[in-house]
Design a protein. Structure first.
Length: 128
């Protein structure tokens, strides 16, 4: 049996950018248009946080993949790695931020890492 896991792709460059689609209005501070930590909490059904490769799709394209999108944030892979996480590619245009704990297992660590990711990301696209 052939393993088609994330390992079939080469590691992403530290200087690659990824896009996090903002699927909930509460994930953006409406006064500052900054991403909140809420956008970077791992849900119980996820193995990693879904992101799209900036080299393969535009912010507008990413937003168009969803019925409701409140914005698209950009984040450099090196910033993810600097805090002990990684970004693992799983298809030609998609990857997952891996290494985050679930809130249910380690709330303090989940909040700290989500906050650091939010501080390092910035909004590239907002709906009209």
């Amino acid at each position: 049996m052939v393993d088609l896991s994330m390992s079939q792709f080469e590691p992403l460059s530290d200087y690659a950018s990824v896009y996090r689609v903002i699927l909930r209005k509460k994930w953006i501070n409406e006064e500052t248009n900054w991403v909140k930590a809420d956008a970077y909490f791992l849900r119980a059904t996820e193995i990693g946080l879904s992101v799209y490769l900036a080299s393969e799709c535009s912010p507008e394209h990413c937003a168009g993949l969803f019925n409701k999108c409140y914005g698209v944030a950009s984040l450099e892979v090196r910033f993810v790695r600097e805090i002990g996480l990684d970004v693992e590619q799983d298809s030609t245009d998609h990857a997952n931020i891996v290494g985050l704990p679930y809130r249910e297992n380690n709330l303090l660590q989940a909040e700290r890492l989500a906050g650091l990711l939010a501080k390092r990301s910035h909004i590239l696209w907002l709906p009209n």
